[in-house]
Design a protein around this ligand. Structure first.
Ligand SMILES: C[S@@+](CC[C@H](N)C(=O)[O-])C[C@H]1O[C@@H](n2cnc3c(N)ncnc32)[C@H](O)[C@@H]1O
Length: 222
């Protein structure tokens, strides 16, 4: 049964979502998303589609299954889906209640999603179930910070932001590990807040790397 509280919250957020996301931020993250989504191959699941802002960063010609809990979000994504050169099939679905068979997908992509999913470890565990053996998880996410006073201010901000939309204080790398994935790489895009996480369903050929901070300098100076 779909989580109606979460669905209503995001349905309400849908009409102002593009404005609130900020076109400046979208432009800034675009090259990072393009690089990450450029890994798409095989049978791909994308979570969560939102109003389809991420579609601009998809490589051309892919065949993508997308889900989102909010029908209002998906309705607003339609025009962007229609403009895409490949095919995107979107379904209203709660990540906690995935209606896919086990081991369906080669890859799963998320974008600013696990700041919003109410039970992140359960949601990630559900994603793991629908990945094929050897399947890959690619995430572009914002999280809480380790550093004072940023960590404290994000914790307090979340009390308000969670009522209308996302949490600012998630520990997504830990959640991915708790769900039983094997971390391949964590790349910091902005401070230790915006990050790319690459993980695998199985431990084969995975070296659990410490977090790389390759882009922090450029992020701090822009
Ligand atoms: C911050 S928005 C990000 C949307 C899009 N990826 C983007 O970056 O523009 C978070 C999205 O997660 C969806 N969402 C929240 N909880 C969900 C759940 N349990 N299952 C599926 N989607 C969910 C919301 O409806 C919303 O569209």
């Amino acid at each position: 049964m779909v989580d109606l509280h979460t669905q209503r919250k995001w349905d309400k957020a849908a009409s102002a979502f593009d404005l609130m996301s900020g076109m400046g931020a979208e432009r800034r993250w675009l090259p990072h998303k393009q690089k990450l989504f450029g890994n798409m191959q095989g049978k791909v699941l994308f979570l969560a589609l939102g109003t389809g802002l991420d579609i601009a960063a998809f490589p051309p010609g892919q065949d993508i299954t997308a889900i989102d809990i909010s029908p209002e979000m998906i309705k607003r994504a339609r025009a962007r889906m229609d403009d895409y050169s490949g095919s995107i099939t979107a379904e209203v679905m709660d990540v906690h209640e995935l209606r896919f068979e086990d081991g369906q997908f080669d890859q799963i992509y998320t974008s600013c999603t696990f700041c919003s999913v109410p039970r992140p470890v359960a949601g990630l565990t559900a994603l793991k179930r629908v990945l094929k053996p050897g399947g890959e998880l690619f995430m572009f996410e914002h999280t809480g910070s380790k550093y004072f006073p940023l960590n404290l201010s994000m914790k307090f901000m979340s009390i308000i932001t969670e009522k209308l939309g996302p949490s600012m204080d998630r520990h997504t790398v830990d959640n991915v590990k708790q769900a039983g994935f094997h971390i391949v790489e964590v790349e910091h895009v902005f401070l230790d807040v915006v990050k790319i996480i690459k993980a695998r369903k199985d431990s084969n050929n995975v070296v659990d790397m410490t977090e790389s901070i390759s882009n922090t300098h450029s992020a701090l100076t822009t």
